[in-house]
Design a protein around this ligand. Structure first.
Ligand SMILES: [Zn+2]
Length: 328
């Protein structure tokens, strides 16, 4: 395995996908509340490979983060004051805990679970089908852009939620801005170093997780900040690199107003799955499914598989929604 790729290997339940080195590493969590069907899909879907492995940066690079919410905060003082008190005046924005506060608050906490679906992680929606596509960023292969896949979604007028890694945004600023300006898409946070979200430093697929509450904070907030520069908003959603996390780090994310998002169906096995398997995986989607795939590996077959599956799902009456709508 090259050091710039995430590990993984298993076989699908239908044997369609060869054991492959993979990526954003994903396999079913042991404590998953997933349905059997979803579990099969997740198991069969293998890992998430689209993400080239990162070379973790020193955490010190994140230590200077502002303790305030990542996205540009509303600046009421910059607006003209209305002549009379407005009954609809918005409340003051929440003040999020600082890195130092969370380091102190979570010091000594021992996780009970480490996996894809641990307590507090969201892996299913309430309605419709939420298609989610990750751009993992970093390394030799992580910063690609699958324009064909995005055009496909636009052509069918299908909404989706795109999880952007901060390094991918740095490498693709114009594309990121275009995606942010497209009302069809909701953008969400896929971290900075693309590491499992932990307070112990445990690894998934050979990628070391964040070691301690400070590093977990950095991974979340650096991603919030990078995305906030593009969207002007503070994303409430976070998907860790590899999609693995532990329950204490998920609790820490919640203190920052952030939900950790996993998936119901692994759509493209880290962008390693061939067209037929991608189509089959997406074909299993139903109301409440959160489907995971990648749009940073255009050389792989994710778009081709989606091209087969999407018309069938639409013909069958499937309704697609952004994560926010699907969770509402
Ligand atoms: Zn990823």
């Amino acid at each position: 395995m090259r050091p710039d790729e995430e590990a993984s290997a298993t076989s699908t339940d239908d044997g369609a996908v060869p054991p492959a080195a993979a990526a954003c590493g994903v396999r079913p969590g042991s404590a998953s509340p997933l349905t059997r069907r979803a579990m099969l899909a997740a198991t069969g879907g293998l890992l998430l490979a689209a993400c080239a492995q990162s070379t973790p940066r020193p955490s010190a690079t994140a230590s200077g983060l502002s303790p305030s919410p990542g996205g540009p905060a509303p600046t009421p003082s910059a607006r003209p004051t209305p002549p009379s008190p407005s009954p609809s005046a918005s409340p003051a924005p929440p003040v999020w805990p600082t890195r130092e506060q969370l380091v102190q608050e979570f010091a000594g906490r021992k996780p009970k679970k480490f996996g894809i679906v641990v307590p507090g992680v969201v892996s299913e929606g309430r309605r419709d089908i939420a298609l989610t596509f990750d751009a993992c960023g970093g390394g030799r292969l992580g910063n690609g852009f699958d324009a064909k896949l995005i055009k496909l979604l636009e052509g069918h007028d299908v909404p989706a939620t795109l999880f952007l890694n901060g390094r991918w945004i740095e490498a693709n600023p114009t594309i990121a801005a275009d995606l942010a300006a497209n009302p069809r898409f909701e953008l969400a946070n896929h971290g900075w170093e693309h590491r499992p979200l932990t307070v112990t430093g445990k690894s998934a697929y050979g990628i070391q997780g964040t070691a301690g509450p400070g590093e977990a904070y950095d991974e979340i907030v650096r991603g919030i900040d990078a995305l906030g520069e593009v969207t002007g908003e503070r994303s409430p959603y976070f998907r860790p690199g590899t999609a693995w996390s532990d329950d204490v780090a998920v609790e820490l994310a919640a203190r920052l107003g952030v939900s950790v998002i996993a998936f119901t169906i692994n759509g493209d096995a880290g962008a390693t799955a061939p067209k037929r398997a991608v189509a089959a995986n997406f074909g299993k989607a139903k109301d409440g499914s959160i489907v995971l795939a990648h749009f940073n590996r255009p050389e792989h077959a994710t778009a081709e598989g989606l091209d087969k599956a999407l018309p069938r799902l639409l013909d069958a009456g499937s309704v697609f929604a952004t994560l926010t709508a699907a969770l509402s």
